[in-house]
Design a protein around this ligand. Structure first.
Ligand code: TYM
Length: 371
C-alpha cells in the first residue's frame, strides 16, 4: 500500500475505501444517512459531505436511540501539544450527537500515551497539555452536566482496574499485528492500548448499567477499537461501536495528516491573527503557476488544502462550496481570493473560540473526573 495510517503515523495520500477494507469497517451508506436524518431531524454537514464515512455497528446505537435507550459517547485526545483544527472535527461531531441524543460523554486525555510515545516530551508537559486541550473541548460548548473529562494520570486508579482486565486477554502477537510494535518498542506502549480501551467500559461501571459506547474519532484510532471489541464480551461488556471521519490534510499538501511538530502544517486553536494569515498565505493550493494559466485551464480543488479547509469545516453552505469548486475548475476563481475568504472564516471562528477557551478555565474543574 502506498499510504500508511496508524494511531501515531499517517503517510501518503490516503485511499479511504481501501482503509475500510483493510480495517474491516463499514461504509456509511445512503440508507444509514436517511435513518440518521429521520432520527435527528437533520444531517450534520460532516455526514452530508461524507467526512464521517465509516462505522462499526453504528446501527446498534441508532436502534437504541430509536427505542429511547441509553448509550454513552467516548472520545479523546493525546495531549502532545496544542489542539489543531483537525482534532476538533470529531469533537464538533460528538457535540452534535450529544445535543441530539442527550448522551453522556466521557473524554480521555492520554497524557501517558504521549509521554510514552514521544521521546522529547516530559510527563509534566503532556499532563499540562491535557488540561490546556480540555479548554478547547469545553469551549465547543459540551453540556457540563453530561461531560466527563479525565487525564489518564489523574484517573489512573479507576482506569488501571479496567485496563488490566483487557490486557490479560490481548497477546503480544495480536498487539504486534494490530499496532506494528517491534522489539525496540518500549513496554509502556505495549500495555498502553488497554488504557485506551478502558473508557469503553467506564460508563457501564460508573452508571451501574451495562451500556454500549459510541466512539466518534478519525479513522486513525480504529486499531484500538478492533482489539477492544475482541475482548469486550469476554469481560462482560458490550462491544464498543465507532463512527469514523477522514483526516483533515496538512496545509502544505493534500497528503498525510497535520503534525504538531510542524507548526505551519496546521492551524492551532491558540494561533494569532498573524499566524493564520501567514499559514494560509503559504498554504499549498491546486492553482497553476501563473494567473494566465489558471484562467485558461482552471485549478484543481481536489488537491488544494485551502479548498479542503473550506469543504471540511468553514463553508457550511452547500451551494456556495459547489459554486466555488466550479469557479476554480473554470478558471474564474483565483487562489488569492480563496485564501482571503478562508483566512476571514478562520479568524472569525478563532476569535470566538479563544474567548470561550479563556472562560473555560473558570469552569474546568466542573468537568473533571479524578481518583
Ligand atoms: P489525537 O490527539 O491524535 O487526536 C485527537 C482526535 O482527533 C482526531 N484527529 C484528526 N481528525 C481529523 N483530522 C486530523 N488531521 C486529525 N488528527 C487527529 C483523532 O482521530 C482523535 O479523534 N490516542 C488518541 C487519544 C484518545 C482517543 C480516545 C481519541 C484516547 N481515547 C478515543 C479518540 C477516541 C490520540 O492520540 O488522539
Amino acid at each position: 500500500m502506498d499510504f500508511k495510517v496508524t494511531p501515531w503515523e499517517v503517510e501518503g495520500i490516503i485511499d479511504y475505501q481501501k482503509l475500510i477494507e483493510e480495517f474491516g469497517t463499514t461504509t456509511i451508506d445512503e440508507g444509514m444517512l436517511r435513518r440518521i436524518e429521520k432520527d435527528f431531524g437533520e444531517l450534520h454537514l460532516f455526514l452530508r459531505r461524507k467526512i464521517f464515512f465509516s462505522h462499526r455497528d453504528f446501527d446498534i446505537i441508532l436502534n437504541r436511540i430509536e427505542k429511547n435507550q441509553k448509550y454513552a459517547l467516548y472520545t479523546g485526545r493525546g495531549p502532545s501539544g496544542h489542539t489543531h483544527l483537525g482534532h476538533i472535527m470529531p469533537w464538533i461531531f460528538t457535540k452534535y450527537l450529544q445535543d441530539k441524543t442527550k448522551a453522556n460523554l466521557y473524554f480521555q486525555m492520554t497524557d501517558d500515551e504521549k509521554f510514552l510515545h514521544k521521546r522529547d516530551l516530559t510527563l509534566e508537559k503532556t499532563h499540562t497539555f491535557a488540561y490546556e486541550n480540555a479548554l478547547d473541548v469545553i469551549a465547543l460548548g459540551f453540556d457540563p452536566e453530561k461531560t466527563f473529562i479525565f487525564s489518564d494520570i489523574d484517573y489512573a486508579k479507576t482506569l488501571y482496574n479496567i485496563a488490566i482486565k483487557v490486557a490479560k486477554r490481548v497477546t503480544f502477537s495480536t498487539a504486534k499485528a494490530v499496532f506494528g510494535f517491534e522489539n525496540s518498542t518500549n513496554i509502556g506502549m505495549i500495555f498502553y492500548p488497554s488504557i485506551q480501551a478502558a473508557p469503553c467500559f467506564l460508563p457501564s461501571i460508573l452508571e451501574k448499567e451495562k451500556m454500549p459506547v459510541l466512539i466518534p474519532a478519525a479513522i486513525d484510532q480504529d486499531p484500538y477499537w478492533r482489539i477492544t471489541r475482541d475482548v469486550a464480551e469476554k469481560i462482560g461488556y458490550h462491544k464498543p461501536t465507532a463512527i469514523h471521519c477522514i483526516l483533515l490534510p496538512s496545509l502544505q499538501g493534500a497528503s498525510g495528516k497535520m503534525s504538531a511538530s510542524d507548526p505551519d502544517s496546521a492551524i492551532f486553536t491558540v494561533d494569532t491573527e498573524e499566524d493564520v494569515k501567514r499559514k494560509i498565505k503559504n498554504a499549498f493550493t491546486g492553482g497553476k503557476m501563473s494567473l494566465k494559466e489558471q484562467r485558461e485551464y482552471g485549478g484543481n480543488p481536489e488537491i488544494c488544502s485551502v479548498f479542503q479547509y473550506l469543504h471540511y469545516l468553514f463553508e457550511v453552505d452547500d451551494l456556495k462550496i459547489e459554486e466555488r469548486k466550479k469557479g476554480c475548475l473554470n478558471g474564474n476563481v483565483m487562489c488569492g481570493e480563496c485564501k482571503i475568504y478562508l483566512t476571514e472564516k478562520i479568524l472569525t471562528f478563532l476569535k470566538e473560540h479563544q474567548k470561550r477557551r479563556e472562560k473555560a478555565r473558570d469552569i474546568l474543574e466542573n468537568f473533571l473526573l479524578k481518583d
